[in-house]
Write a protein that binds this ligand. Structure first.
Ligand code: NAD
Length: 334
C-alpha cells in the first residue's frame, strides 16, 4: 500500500501520516501549506501543491507510485464558509473533483475522504446514523456533501473504491505530546479552552448559553485523532471497487462545552475564565454520532476519545509545544 494524504500536513492528516508510518506503511503528503505545517511530517515525503492543479497532482501520484489516497485537504471554518462560499466550493468541491480526475488519469482507484457531521440535518435528540436525513446548514457542509455525491458517481461509473468518513469533532494530540492541533486561527473548543487554561488567552467563549440541553451549552461528540487515524487505515483495507461507503466517526458520547471547560479545569487544577457569547450561525444544539456501522463493519473502537484523555493530551501538547513548535512564534492572547 502506497498512500498519498492530501492535506496531510494539517491536524488530522499529519496524525494519520504518523500513524501510517508507525505501521511501516509507505505514506506521502501533498499539501499547499496554507494551513498545515511542514514540521508535522517527514520533509522528504512532502510535496507542496494545490489539489486544484490536476496536472501537478497527477505527476505526484505517478512519481510516488501511489495506489491509495486519503483526501483531507480542505478549508474547514464553518463561519468563513458563510462569508466566502466561493472559496469553499473552489477548494473543497472543485479541488476534490480535480484530485479525482488526477486519480482517474493515473489509474489510482481507492480513496478515503474526510467528510463531516455538518452534512446532517439539525434537530436530532439522539445519536445520528449514516442513513439519517442530510441537510447541510452551511456552505462548508454543502461543499463536503457535494464531494460525497462525486464519490458515489466515481464508484458507480468508474469502479472506484470510495469511502466517506464523517468525523464529528476531531480532538486530542499524539500520545507523546509532540504533535497536535495548531490551526493559525483556532476555532475549535478544546484548543481554545486549553490555551485559556494555560493563560495564553484571556478567557474561553461559550457560544450560546440557552440551548435546549441540560446545562444550556451545546453538545458535541469529540473523537481523538489517534482513533481517527486507526479508522482511516481500517477503511482503506475494507474498501471495495465500485462501492461507496459512509461511516460516522465519533466517540458515540455527547459532551457539553461546559463539561469540556470543567474537564480542563480539573486536569490543570486552574479556574478558566469564561463568558457566554451569542450562538454562531449554522451551529446545531447537539451532534452525537451513532458509530454502530464503523464498529461492526470496520471493527473500530475508539480508545482515546474520553474527555479526560483528550484534555490531558491537548494540555501536554499545548503546554510544551503547540503552534510555536511549528511556527516559532507565540499565539497572541485575545
Ligand atoms: N477538525 C475537525 O474537527 C473536523 C471535523 C470534520 C471534518 N474534518 C475534515 O477533516 C479534514 C482535515 O481537517 P483538519 O482539522 O486537519 O484541518 P487542517 O486545516 O489542519 O488541515 C487541512 C489541510 O489541507 C491543506 N489545504 C487546504 N487547501 C488546500 C489546497 N487547495 N491544496 C492542498 N492542500 C490544501 C491545509 O494546508 C491543511 O494542511 C478536512 O477535510 C476537514 O473538513 C475536520
Amino acid at each position: 500500500m502506497r498512500i498519498l494524504l492530501t492535506g496531510g500536513a494539517g491536524y488530522v492528516g499529519s496524525a494519520c501520516f504518523r500513524h501510517f508510518r508507525r505501521q511501516g506503511i509507505e505514506a506521502f503528503v501533498l499539501d499547499d501549506l496554507s494551513e498545515g505545517h511542514a514540521g508535522a511530517v517527514e520533509a522528504d515525503r512532502l510535496d507542496v501543491a494545490d489539489i486544484r492543479d490536476t496536472d501537478a497532482v497527477a505527476a505526484i501520484l505517478r512519481r510516488r507510485g501511489i495506489d491509495h489516497v486519503v483526501h483531507l485537504a480542505a478549508l474547514i471554518s464553518v463561519p468563513d464558509s458563510i462569508t466566502d462560499p466561493a472559496g469553499y466550493w473552489s477548494v473543497n468541491t472543485a479541488g476534490s473533483m480535480s484530485l479525482l480526475e488526477a486519480m482517474r488519469a493515473e489509474g489510482v482507484g481507492r480513496i478515503v475522504f474526510s467528510s463531516t457531521a455538518a452534512v446532517y440535518a439539525h434537530g436530532f435528540d439522539r445519536p445520528i446514523r449514516e442513513d439519517d436525513p442530510i441537510a447541510p446548514a452551511t456552505p462548508y457542509g454543502a461543499s463536503k456533501l457535494a464531494v460525497e455525491h462525486l464519490l458515489e458517481g466515481y464508484a458507480t461509473g468508474y469502479g472506484m473504491a470510495a469511502t466517506a468518513l464523517r468525523y464529528f469533532n476531531a480532538a486530542g494530540a499524539d500520545l507523546d505530546g509532540r504533535h497536535g492541533e495548531a490551526h493559525r486561527r483556532e476555532s475549535h473548543a478544546i484548543p481554545l479552552v486549553v490555551e485559556a487554561a494555560l493563560g495564553n488567552r484571556a478567557g474561553f467563549d461559550v457560544y450560546g448559553g440557552e440551548w435546549d440541553t441540560p446545562d444550556g451549552s451545546c453538545i458535541r461528540d469529540f473523537v481523538s485523532v489517534i482513533d481517527l487515524a486507526d479508522a482511516h487505515l481500517r477503511a482503506l483495507k475494507r474498501a471495495r471497487p465500485g462501492v461507496m461507503a459512509r461511516y460516522n466517526l465519533g466517540s458515540g458520547t455527547g459532551t457539553s462545552v461546559r463539561e469540556i471547560l470543567a474537564a480542563a479545569e480539573a486536569v490543570t487544577g486552574r479556574p478558566v475564565p469564561s463568558q457566554v457569547k451569542p450562538a454562531r450561525p449554522g451551529d446545531p444544539a447537539r451532534l452525537i454520532a451513532d458509530t454502530t456501522r464503523a464498529r461492526t463493519e470496520l471493527g473500530w473502537t475508539p480508545r482515546h476519545s474520553d474527555a479526560q484523555s483528550l484534555l490531558s493530551a491537548a494540555i501536554a501538547w499545548h503546554g510544551s509545544y503547540g503552534l510555536d513548535h511549528y511556527l516559532g512564534t507565540r499565539i497572541a492572547a485575545e
